[in-house]
Design a protein around this ligand. Structure first.
Ligand code: NAD
Length: 438
């Protein structure tokens, strides 16, 4: 099939590469010229394991190309994926202007009836808005609406996005006509032939809601275990063992029960906030999610409180921060919990030495000379008064507690991501604050 993808960012590019991989002809369109320029030369402009190879494979097979020309992208397509950003507005509600702009482009440039697929995360009832916008545009030309609107939410996780998209846990497709369902089923058929997963065919609104409900639930699971961590710290219980034992219960499961610095990234914070707004708009107060947010704010402030407890004044100290990306294996620092930690340290006047295996260019962009960029973890930690872990990159776990003790000026470790074993750290004479341990 001929597939167009509007917005080739983290979701759009993975969607495009995956669609090419399963045999479709794909064209990616973006208004960001530098992104398209980079892609034209075969270079994926962000860090996502396996994506570079998958994208180049699609290009070399002649099944994927990119453009900044909407007419070229949308002229002759069966399916158009809308993958543009849906950032939060000042009041926390989602900004859907990019989605509306994308729909308008389809209306202007599509030369035949097509299926318009919302892949961006959007509030329930956005499909109706898109349909309304498409109808108005068609009417203004004296035509009837020719396009179908479908919701096909994306569940990929940055860092494992390629794997998640090639081998998803489930595919959710919401459509309001059998014809649109038929097109989507044909689109995914080659993938389903190789990978057996639940294919949830539903109506548009239900599909839209599945995405926000899923992200809000996962964020709540994280906040739940972080609240338990606070109780463990105060009482001497061990959150890791609590989480492991809870996780053995199949009704609970171990995933997302990792106490730490809280959730971050470009999705969970904005999606939880959006869901609270969506509920409020229809007159339901989703207080539980406001509590999820409150606990998350508390989790992000935890390292600074621990540094003050262990060092007293921190403004005159040198602090090593290990990891900035919101999770390992990505260079994405959007809404990363580390931002709050580094901002607080910079505001205190601390000397902040930052290491991250891949995100340093974004750190340089955001803080300029306010922080010291370190090429290695050792450069950051050697001579610092304390080290704080903000991302659990596997390479940090390879630093032995003995090395840490040797490198640090003061023996202080604030392990917000449970990178090291507390007993091994204390055995080296280090003063330790570890999430969920007294
Ligand atoms: P992104 O910022 O990485 O990419 C969005 C792209 O859209 C950018 O390249 C931007 O230039 C482009 N764009 C904006 N307006 C455009 C227009 N009118 N025409 C063409 N291109 C346009 O964002 P993302 O992380 O890929 O997220 C996209 C959507 O997917 C969001 O709704 C997000 O919530 C959702 N989502 C993201 C993830 C994730 O892990 N990043 C996972 C699931 C769902």
């Amino acid at each position: 099939m001929n597939v167009a993808v509007i917005g080739v960012g983290h979701v759009g590019l993975v969607t495009a590469a995956t669609m090419a991989k399963i045999g479709h002809n794909v064209i990616g369109f973006d208004i960001d010229e530098s992104k398209i320029e980079s892609l034209r030369t075969g270079v994926v402009p962000f860090h996502e394991p396996g994506l570079q190879e998958l994208f180049v494979e699609g290009m070399e097979a002649g099944r994927i190309r990119v453009t900044t020309e909407a007419a070229e992208a949308l002229g002759d397509v069966d399916v158009v994926f809308i993958c543009v950003g849906t950032p939060r507005k000042e009041d926390g509600s989602p900004n859907l202007s990019y989605v509306q702009a994308a729909a308008a482009m389809v209306s202007t440039h599509a030369t035949r009836p097509t299926v318009v697929v919302e892949k961006s995360t959007v509030p329930v009832q956005t499909g109706e808005r898109i349909r309304q916008a498409l109808t108005l545009q068609a009417q203004s030309r004296g035509e009837a609406l020719a396009h179908d609107v479908v919701s096909n939410p994306e569940f990929l996780k940055e860092g494992t996005a390629v794997e998640d998209t090639l081998y998803p846990d489930r595919i959710v497709v919401g459509a309001d006509s059998p014809a649109a369902h038929g097109v989507m089923r044909r689109l995914y058929e080659p993938q389903l032939a190789n990978h057996d997963c639940p294919y949830v065919a539903t109506d548009v609104k239900t599909a839209e809601l599945i995405k926000h409900a899923s992200n809000a639930f996962l964020a709540t699971k994280i906040s739940f275990i972080n609240a338990v961590a606070r109780i463990c710290e105060a009482t001497g219980a061990d959150v890791q063992t609590v989480a492991d034992a809870m996780g053995h219960d199949v009704r609970i499961g171990r995933h997302f029960l990792n106490a730490g610095l809280g959730y971050g990234g470009s999705c969970f914070p904005k999606d939880v906030e959006a869901f609270i707004h969506i509920a409020a708009d229809i007159g339901y107060d989703f207080g539980m999610l406001r509590e999820t947010e409150r606990i998350n704010r508390e989790a992000k402030r935890w390292p600074i409180g621990q540094l003050r407890r262990l060092l007293w004044n921190i403004g005159d100290k040198t602090i090593a921060v290990l990891g900035v990306s919101f999770k390992p294996h990505t260079d994405d620092i959007r809404d990363a919990p580390a931002l709050e930690v580094i901002d607080a340290l910079v505001a205190e006047g601390s000397t902040v030495r930052v290491h991250d295996p891949v995100a340093l260019p974004h750190v340089a962009e955001r803080w300029g000379r306010s922080v010291v960029l370190c090429e290695t973890a050792e450069d950051a930690v050697r001579g610092a008064h304390a080290v704080v872990t903000c991302t659990e990159w596997p390479e940090y776990g390879k630093i032995s507690p003995a090395q840490l003790a040797d490198w640090l000026e003061f023996p202080v470790v604030v392990d917000a991501r449970k990178v090291w074993d507390v007993d091994e750290l204390t055995a080296q004479g280090l003063n330790v604050a570890s999430v969920g341990r007294q």
